[in-house]
Design a protein around this ligand. Structure first.
Ligand SMILES: CC(C)(COP(=O)(O)OP(=O)(O)OC[C@H]1O[C@@H](n2cnc3c(N)ncnc32)[C@H](O)[C@@H]1OP(=O)(O)O)[C@@H](O)C(=O)NCCC(=O)NCCS
Length: 178
């Protein structure tokens, strides 16, 4: 668990997600899906039940090389970060990450704190040696944030998203963990 002061002086808590968070996480994902077109899911696409979300939390956070963490302001989930890794010996050192912050709280440093939390955790695992992600090429704010943390552009994936009749390319980005 980590507590940090935001740019607006409020205290943010970042910690591993627990089963108790499931209900709030379902709500959170519904809101996020409706707020951003930069994600793999859109408005009304989150049909997951609280029980399924509990299974999801358990499946991710019971693994040594995967993490689901939440950012909380008071009791409200305002951001989340996830790293999913497999357990095959040859690829257990890499994980694919995703990060979101509720729109009302953008620009306060929450995304950066979540990313720093994940990077610190990844180093401590001793297993994760690389974090991968995909980001729409027009998602400038997210790309700036990843570059700030030294993620490198590893190529373009064409037609990665299809939203309202239009294709979008993604950047594949990676950060080495030593
Ligand atoms: C991308 C996202 C997670 C960033 O979260 P955030 O809490 O707003 O990020 P921070 O406040 O920590 O800002 C991180 C960096 O991003 C960039 N950034 C963020 N908001 C910005 C803005 N409005 N204008 C310009 N740059 C911005 C800056 O480089 C900033 O670093 P700096 O403050 O040191 O200059 C958030 O915008 C989000 O959830 N977007 C929708 C979902 C999404 O796109 N997720 C990523 C999918 S790959």
């Amino acid at each position: 668990m980590r507590k940090v002061k935001l740019k607006n002086e409020k205290e943010l808590t970042i910690r591993k997600a627990i089963l108790y968070d499931a209900e709030k996480l379902v709500q959170y994902k519904k809101v996020i899906g409706s707020e951003s077109d930069f994600l793999t899911f859109g408005e009304n696409e989150i049909k997951i039940t609280i029980e399924k979300e509990q299974q999801n939390i358990q499946a991710i956070n019971s693994r040594k090389n995967s993490l689901l963490a939440v950012a909380l302001l008071d009791e409200e989930i305002v951001g989340l970060i996830v790293l999913r890794s497999g357990d095959k010996v040859r690829i257990k050192h890499i994980g694919e990450m995703g990060v979101t912050v509720k729109k009302a709280y953008h620009g306060l440093g929450i995304g950066s704190f979540l990313l720093q939390f994940l990077i610190n955790w990844a180093k401590e695992t001793g297993i994760i040696k690389k974090i991968n992600l995909r980001v729409r090429t027009d998602n400038e704010n997210a790309i700036k944030m990843y570059e700030k943390f030294n993620f490198k552009n590893e190529g373009v994936i064409s037609r990665d998203f299809y939203i309202n009749g239009k294709f979008y390319d993604s950047l594949f980005m990676g950060l080495l963990i030593d």
